[in-house]
Design a protein around this ligand. Structure first.
Ligand code: COA
Ligand code: AMP
Length: 634
């Protein structure tokens, strides 16, 4: 390993003296009152970081940079090939926008601890809205635009927001996604209806506003600016929630991952400098969506807390207009690093395997490519290395952790890259590989990947109003550890290899989806007796869902019609992001003698992998039938 990297010394210290380590990292944050205890093991499910400290996240993301004379530096570059526009907003301008929207929200009665749902496309106002919530101590919950009304309704019911902030539309290549009908339907479906919605009218599609409930964003802004309404930062506890972000669990009911203020500030600031190697003032581009954790941490909070310039991109890696889009954005804005999902690179590689478009741009200032969200397959990493001639860094994390669990710390000095591995645990993370009895296994042996408690700052302290579910889902199976639900191994150098999930979560184009949740939707169709959904290999998206249906006895309608209805049902209930396009009717499903559906074996058959007949199978012939059914479809 590289002798030049400070990694080993830094990581060892973070585990030997966690309080000392994080207290030092916390000096990079402006606190209103310092922590009474850097770590209080008596609080929460496994202890809390920066107990008793008082802080404001928005102050750290905006005000302090303006106060330090960086007001004229760009906070945000919004680049939208979908609307043919580039918008540049300085820190001073962003602060003014955030102060104004925060004051507007206060006028709607939103205060500390109140929840606000944001159902927004990738527009600058989404950043303004998140920071405005942080400014007044409100808890935002962003819902990804590709989710359908029912998913939005579930989140509204769980978060019980006082206010919803949304827009008239999102824009996907070749189609306008009207948000308002989805929002209206979601509110209709929910039991806890928010009293007011603030709607951003985009010129691409103007929607109707419901009198008495919907308010025009621009009109409110104009009047607040005319009246000089500006909200001050509201002090909150470091342990107070900053946001709730829903993510797929093993059932249809998503988990509300809670992020606190203090630990999040400290962890993100540390990561910008030491993991990503970014300096304040540099241009950083995270090509995710604000609806995902990656977008929260590295489009919005991380870069701004660090004083960098964040690029927000409303477009795709291909088709907007071509596979050179990423290189154009990097060159135009002089981004020094990009963080995206491997799926985006697979899509670019497919369209432009020789990298011809790449060579049309000046990428001389570009230093590092970071990949996460799904396993970075070695061929994609190798291709990116050859094309870009910069380090390509895979790193592994989850919505729950909010920042990287294992990565390669550019700012501490790079460690040698091993393809297929996101490298090594970051400070504060003791990553172990254990067997079913929670015993660590030897190097190069597969097992469950777990994190020794306590988790470092930034990681979730609980699930929103579901502490029991938090303990049961993450802390109970391996006592003393947090269960990641990922499986993998560590090699003799301590490099972590993350190979797949141990639950029913699949990863589709870097998006986390629950097959259990999809099965609930399939099972709700009146003609379906039984079903199984599993992820099958896809050259671009990594995995795509595939549903198997057994129809009820006596159903006379054509299976192909029912399959089409099922595809439409998933799109309607879960949303287009599920990319559920394949439903296959079969006579029966392969099961064990105890009645468990053999999903793993079906997956191997679908993926064309070697498989062996499970000893416990009820009737081996069923697997032949599945193979036949798949032949014509995959
Ligand atoms: N609002 C509404 N619909 C959306 C949406 C949004 N914000 N985002 C995606 N969708 C729709 C897409 O239009 C598509 O609809 P379609 O079935 O009508 O074509 C569907 O959801 C699936 O979207 P996606 O999985 O993104 O596929 P795609 O074919 O549009 O693009 C990639 C494929 C690989 C280019 C794209 O998935 C990509 O860039 N992925 C990057 C992933 C990423 O950043 N992940 C975040 C974690 S780091
Ligand atoms: P999400 O919560 O949406 O960020 O998804 C988290 C899950 O994505 C993890 O539990 C992993 O299964 C997978 N994942 C994310 N990053 C990586 C990576 N670098 N390598 C392997 N799997 C990853």
């Amino acid at each position: 390993m590289s002798a030049a990297s400070r990694y080993h010394e830094v990581h060892a210290r973070s585990l030997q003296d966690p309080e000392g380590f994080w207290a030092e990292a916390a000096r990079a944050i402006d606190w209103i009152e310092p922590a009474k205890k850097v770590f209080d093991p008596t609080m929460g499910a496994y202890g809390r970081w920066f107990a008793g400290a008082v802080v404001n996240t928005c102050y750290n993301a905006l005000d302090r940079h303006v106060a330090a004379g960086r007001g004229d530096q760009l906070a945000l570059i919004h680049d939208s090939p979908l609307t043919n526009s580039v918008t540049r907003i300085t820190y001073a301008e962003m602060l003014r926008e955030v102060q104004t929207l925060a004051a507007i929200m206060q006028d709607f009665g939103v205060g500390k601890g109140d929840r606000v749902i944001l159902y927004m496309p990738m527009v600058p106002e989404a950043m303004v809205a998140m920071l405005a919530c942080a400014r007044i101590g409100a808890v935002h919950s962003v819902v990804f635009g590709g989710f359908a009304a029912k998913e939005l309704a579930t989140r509204i019911d769980d978060a019980t927001p006082k206010l919803v902030l949304s827009a008239s539309c999102g824009i996907e290549p070749g189609r306008i996604v009207q948000y308002k009908p989805l929002l209206d339907q979601a509110i209709e479906l929910s039991d806890n209806r928010p009293k007011a919605c603030i709607i951003l009218q985009r010129p691409e599609h103007v929607c109707e506003l419901k009198p008495g409930r919907d308010y025009d964003w621009a009109a409110l802004r104009k009047s607040a600016l005319a009246n000089g309404k500006l909200a001050a930062c509201v002090p909150v506890l470091a342990t107070d929630p900053l946001y709730v972000l829903y993510t797929s669990g093993t059932t249809g009911k998503p988990k509300g991952v809670v992020r606190d203020n203090g630990g999040h500030l400290v962890a993100l600031k540390w990561s910008m400098e030491y993991l990503y190697g970014i300096k304040p003032g540099e241009v950083w581009w995270c090509g995710s969506d604000i609806g995902w954790v990656v977008g929260h941490s590295y489009i919005i909070y991380g870069p701004l807390i660090h004083g960098a310039t964040s690029v927000m991109y409303e477009g795709k890696p291909v088709g907007t207009p071509d596979a050179g889009a990423f290189w154009r954005v990097i060159a135009d804005h002089k981004a020094v690093a990009l963080f995206t999902a491997p799926t985006a690179f697979r899509a670019i590689r497919k369209e432009d395997p020789e990298g011809t478009l790449l060579r049309q741009y000046d990428l001389s200032q570009f230093r590092t490519l970071f990949l996460a969200g799904e396993r970075a397959d070695p061929p994609t990493v190798e291709w990116a290395e050859q094309q870009l001639k910069v380090p390509v860094i895979d790193h592994w994390w989850q919505t729950e952790t909010g920042w990287c669990i294992a990565g390669n710390p550019v700012g501490l000095g790079l460690l040698p890259v091993k393809h297929g591995s996101p490298t090594v645990p970051m400070p504060g993370y003791q990553v172990d590989i254990v067997d079913e009895a929670a015993k660590p296994v030897p190097a190069n042996t597969m097992g469950s990947i777990v994190i020794k408690l306590p988790m470092p700052p930034g990681c979730l302290p609980t699930l929103w109003q579901q502490e029991d579910r938090f303990k049961e889902s993450y802390l109970s199976e391996f006592p003393g550890y947090y269960k990641t639900s990922d499986a993998g191994f560590k090699d003799e150098d301590g490099y972590v290899f993350v190979m797949g999930r141990t639950d029913d979560i699949i990863n589709v184009a870097g998006h986390r989806l629950s097959t259990g949740g999809m099965e609930e939707i399939l099972a709700s169709h009146p003609d379906v007796a039984e079903c199984a959904v599993l992820g099958i290999k896809d050259a671009i998206k990594g995995e795509v869902p595939c549903g198997f249906l057994v129809l009820k006895a006596g159903v006379a309608r054509s299976p192909s019609v029912i399959e089409k209805e099922i595809v439409a049902l998933v799109r309607d209930k879960l949303g287009p992001v599920a990319a559920f396009k394949l439903a296959i009717t079969v006579g029966r499903l392969p099961k064990t003698r105890s009645g468990k559906i053999l999903r793993g074996t079906i997956k191997k058959i679908a993926d064309g992998e070697q498989w062996s007949m499970p000893a416990t199978i009820e009737d081996p012939k069923v697997l032949e039938e599945i193979g036949e059914a798949l032949k014509s479809r995959v």
